[in-house]
Design a binder for this molecule. Structure first.
Ligand code: GRF
Length: 214
């Protein structure tokens, strides 16, 4: 079974979806460790599920030094997958290259639209008809690695940034992250020559899930 570590900074709703999918046997992943860079509320979710946790604050270290220490902690678990789930820290290129092809992230927008922060407000300001989230391999370019899956929903006339964020989390993120991880865990998805591959086919576009009704 694939060994995974999950990195969080926040409430850990994506982490919870992963834990729930494992418990429901929809996802065959050996979750070795949940690590946070701050005293994240999501750590309690890992503890409640009996998963080991670690808190590794950057302290005074620069990005590269923190990346080295982080890799030391993670490598002790010999991970097949490094799963970023709301980890609010930019990882240095040596760290990313060390885990090349086995590090994934979820970003709350339909990439390549709205890289970076504040995606829900920006989607509303741009008048986007649809919005959602993307699971992608992490590369040294921020929010730009090859995408595996996107889920989208129609933006509603009464959406505020918060309401839209909540809907994307509930309907899209908690659905597509366990899905993408199960493909990776089953060996259906992988990283091949810098591209995302599913069932042996290089993906020109990520798989898409319509999450309007769930
Ligand atoms: C999610 O919106 C995720 O897409 C983004 O950060 C948020 C994390 O939320 N990268 P949570 O900690 O999973 O609740």
């Amino acid at each position: 079974m694939h060994r995974a570590v999950v990195l969080i900074s926040g409430t850990g709703r994506n982490l919870q979806a992963i834990i729930d999918a494992i418990a429901a046997r929809r996802l065959a992943l050996d979750l070795r460790l949940v690590l946070a860079d701050r005293p994240a509320a999501g750590l309690a979710r890992a503890e409640a599920a009996g998963v080991a946790t670690s808190l590794l604050r950057p302290g005074g270290r620069d990005r590269a030094a923190y990346g080295r220490q982080l890799a030391d902690v993670l490598d002790a678990e010999v991970p097949d997958l490094v799963v970023l789930a709301g980890f609010l820290r930019i990882l240095d290129s040596a760290f990313v290259q060390h885990y090349s092809g086995r590090i994934v992230n979820i970003h709350p927008s339909l990439l390549p639209r709205h890289r970076g922060l504040d995606t829900h407000r920006r989607a509303l300001a741009a008048g986007d008809a649809r919005h959602g989230a993307t699971v992608h391999f992490v590369t040294t370019e921020l929010d730009a690695g090859p995408a595996l899956i996107q889920g989208s929903l129609a933006v509603a006339s009464n959406d505020t940034p918060q309401r839209l964020a909540d809907r994307v989390m509930e309907r899209v993120e908690t659905r597509i992250y366990p899905q993408a991880l199960s493909w990776l865990a089953e060996g259906r998805a992988d990283w091949h020559q810098g591209r995302a591959r599913l069932d042996g086919q290089t993906l020109k576009e990520p798989e898409h899930v319509d999450c309007d009704s769930s």
